[in-house]
Design a protein around this ligand. Structure first.
Ligand SMILES: Cc1ncc(COP(=O)(O)O)c(C=O)c1O
Length: 428
């Protein structure tokens, strides 16, 4: 690839992954400084669906960037600027390869998943969607994959349709053919793994049906790319959004992957420096992909950290990470049966990733989380940015335990102890 400025720069190829050690969460955990920090009581971090913790390797990569080659990218004609550009573009290659993109040009860095979805809604949506068209979403979407489409729908007179969620917390796919039947649907947007229910959705089948109806498939992979192998080509995606901070990387960096032909045809999202090839007072020509969609100075250190996080996850093996998540979800669901009045939201363990949301009798989830915090157990409580889903499930809020590669069984024990204590506290 050449630099955005048009000056050639040698971008190192992605290094082959180091040989893998056997997956051991206790060993993995020791590589995360937050768990080594001295504190009055141990930290039981069960909120990885909100954001993941960061391993030494990610922090070191970002520190190395700032300490050795901090400079703006694609611009400077001097050594450290070339190194910074190489580091940034090398990160892009790693992220692109991780999801099996056909080319790094298909991988646009964004701030997060939310910005990636907004990029699609603005650049693709505003150029392709007109009054009378329809968009199919699901009732289990995170607000990030709902609100941008609501804004577009209001602006353009577009109909939003929803694949229902069953009482068991799965998508009612029997409804999809009917939703697609009139040929007005231009896009189907679906979350891969629900951040509330943990449900792993049958994306390839949804993509097949969407394409048969001439609609495109947008995948919100915020909870899947960080936890399991994801192959955009095998799944049949057209757009896919994901976010670095849930993937052991830093905040402030995420990605949109999209098929190259779509990106080529789309107008830019944000205008400014870097995304142009030539500017005259009367108008501008856009840069080539991927830079057409990367206006202004990007989050360079964060991109480097994102790339390092991917190296780290690859060294663990995504299949091991996912198996670990699933085993923890199954063990948690089993242990939670000991807690009276507790209701788990969502499908059986075999159909979910590492997320377990629940309610505890009439105790408000915020109160549950507060008692758990006293025990050093960090869980999320609230609607988890999925208010329509909670409404559908008939609960205003829930508490949620979620896991990653560093989660260990002792943390599940602490959760269960804390829940028994919450029942005692609120029984009196
Ligand atoms: C399923 C899902 N989609 C989208 C997002 C939004 O991610 P971000 O806030 O990084 O844009 C989240 C974050 O919780 C999520 O769980």
């Amino acid at each position: 690839m050449t630099r955005a400025s048009g000056v050639s720069v040698a971008i190192p190829e992605v290094r082959p992954a180091a040989p893998r050690a056997p997956f051991d969460p206790e060993v993995v955990r020791r590589q995360f400084p937050i768990f080594r920090a001295a504190r009055p009581k141990p930290l039981h971090y069960l909120d990885s669906a909100a954001t993941s913790q960061k391993p030494d390797a990610v922090l070191a990569a970002m520190d190395r960037y700032y300490s050795t080659c901090n400079a703006n990218i694609h611009r400077g004609i001097y050594g450290i600027a070339e190194e910074a550009t190489a580091a940034y573009e090398d990160a892009r290659r790693r992220v692109a390869r991780f999801v099996n993109a056909a080319s790094p040009r298909e991988l646009i860095f964004t701030r997060n998943s939310t910005e990636a979805i907004n990029l699609v809604a603005y650049a693709w949506g505003r150029s392709q969607i007109k009054a009378g068209d329809a968009i199919v979403l699901t009732e289990m979407e995170h607000h990030s994959n709902l609100v941008p489409w609501q804004i577009l729908a209001q602006e353009r007179g577009v109909e939003l349709r929803f694949i229902p969620v069953t009482g068991g917390g799965e998508l009612d796919l029997a409804a999809l053919p009917g939703l697609l039947a009139d040929g007005r649907v231009k896009l189907v947007g679906v979350v891969h793994i629900s951040n509330v229910l943990g449900t792993v959705n049958p994306v390839a089948e949804i993509a097949r049906q969407a394409h048969a109806a001439q609609a495109l498939l947008l995948l919100d992979a915020s909870q899947s790319v960080p936890h399991c192998p994801v192959d955009v080509q095998a799944l049949g995606c057209d757009f896919m959004a994901f976010t670095g901070h849930k993937l052991l990387g830093p905040t402030g960096i995420g990605a949109l992957w999209a098929r190259r032909a779509l990106l080529e045809a789309m107008p830019p999202f944000l205008g400014g420096g870097e995304m142009i090839r030539e500017v005259k007072l009367a108008g501008s020509q856009w840069n080539e992909l991927p830079w057409k969609f990367e206006a202004g100075t990007m989050a360079i250190a964060e991109a480097v950290g994102f790339g390092a996080a991917i190296d780290y996850l690859e060294s663990l093996g995504m299949e091991h990470v996912f198996a670990h998540d699933k085993a923890l979800a199954a063990a948690t669901m089993e242990r939670l049966r000991e807690v009276p009045d507790l209701t788990i939201l969502g499908p059986p363990a075999a159909k979910r990733g590492g997320v377990v949301a629940f309610t505890l009798g009439t105790i408000h989830p915020h109160d549950v989380a507060t008692v758990l915090d006293d025990e050093g157990v960090a869980v999320r409580a609230g609607h988890h940015c999925a208010m329509p889903l909670h409404e559908k499930l008939g609960v205003p809020a829930s508490a949620r335990a979620s896991f990653h590669c560093y989660t260990v069984p002792a943390e599940i024990d602490a959760l269960v102890r804390g829940l028994h204590r919450a029942r005692k506290v609120f029984a009196s």
